[in-house]
Design a protein around this ligand. Structure first.
Ligand code: SAM
Length: 312
């Protein structure tokens, strides 16, 4: 169940689930601008700049970062941690695509691509096609903003503007997708915005479109944080936003489906013709020295897994 969602809701980049794409892009922009960045996403800042106002501004403006730290050091730690998590996540899935390219795959699909700029910023061999699927207004915003900045894709990019709860396989095929060749799929920052049965349905559709040798990478939905802890943190975010004059945005957790019966991604894939490897994102954060500054009180069990799999 999600407090704010319906089965056919829509959004643009500034509202509801659309705004979550701005939040994660702001983290990538902040990481890119930092002293020792783990990733480089030179387009994240441009994409965030045109997407309205929100609590993510406190990630990007150094004077706001300092104000938050003075008002509530623990919330400053939450912001910092968010940036580190997104950096590690981006780093992990960038490597997934580099591996897929090395394995000879030339057909990529990014599900719920949001403000992901991999089509524009990664090195792709010639002959590679990348399909991006997201809601129409989200994709239109990204294309228009990057085109206005003179940024062009680094490969054949095809936008498939459709909701993933509709018949997206038909739209993907209509855009030229070939199910007979191996594909590399990515579901990053998506599964938590689908109900449990929607997640199963999505993986069934992907499996049906995946030739042997296809690969998939996914960020699991993560576990439910305690309501009490969520409310406490949200109240403190609200207080800070009001004090330093940031626009209020919805609590991301209210947009997610916290379904306790959600299938574990790796186990589901293993049971449906894939060979999966799962690892806790916290392990990857530690490996990359990005865990040390986790704010006290965070529930480590709530963190997502990063799952990759190869189709038998
Ligand atoms: N994958 C991108 C990234 O990591 O930067 C965006 C992640 S953002 C947190 C969530 C994205 O999922 C948004 O762009 C939103 O529009 C998209 N999304 C969520 N549910 C969707 C659905 N049912 N159909 C299409 N897109 C969806």
């Amino acid at each position: 169940m999600s407090a704010l969602r319906t089965h056919d809701d829509t959004w643009d980049i500034a509202t509801s689930v659309g705004a979550t794409a701005v939040m994660v892009a702001a983290s990538r922009a902040a990481e890119t601008a930092s002293a020792d960045p783990l990733i480089s996403d030179p387009y994240a800042k441009i994409l965030v700049a045109g997407a309205g106002t929100g609590v993510w501004e406190a990630l990007l403006d150094e004077s706001l970062v300092e104000k938050v730290a003075a008002l509530d050091p623990e919330i400053a730690g939450v912001y910092h941690h968010m940036r580190s998590y997104q950096a590690v996540r981006t780093h992990f899935f960038d490597a997934f695509f580099a591996d897929a390219v090395r394995a000879g795959i030339r057909q990529m699909v990014i599900l719920a691509s949001g403000l992901d700029s991999r089509a524009y910023r990664l090195d792709w061999p010639s002959g590679t096609t990348l399909y991006e699927i997201d809601q129409p207004k989200v994709l239109a915003y990204k294309e228009q903003t990057l085109a206005a900045a003179g940024v062009t894709p680094a490969l054949e990019r095809r936008a498939v503007a459709i909701d993933l709860r509709q018949d997206w396989p038909a739209a993907l095929r209509a855009a030229g997708f070939d199910p007979a060749v191996p594909t590399a799929w990515l579901a990053e920052g998506l599964l938590m915005y689908l109900p449990a049965e929607g997640q199963d349905g999505l993986f069934e559709q992907i499996t049906a479109l995946s030739a042997p040798g296809s690969r998939i990478a996914a960020e699991s939905a993560g576990n439910h944080r305690s309501d009490e802890r969520r409310q406490q943190v949200q109240e403190r975010f609200k207080k800070i936003a009001a004090t330093i004059g940031l626009a209020q945005t919805v609590d991301l957790q209210d947009l997610m489906y916290h379904d306790d019966d959600r299938a574990p991604v790796g186990a589901w894939l293993d049971g449906h013709g894939w060979q999966a490897t799962s690892q806790r994102s916290t392990t990857e954060m530690r490996r990359l020295n990005r865990w040390a500054d986790v704010p006290t009180g965070s529930d480590e069990d709530a963190f997502s897994e990063f799952v990759t799999a190869v189709r038998n």
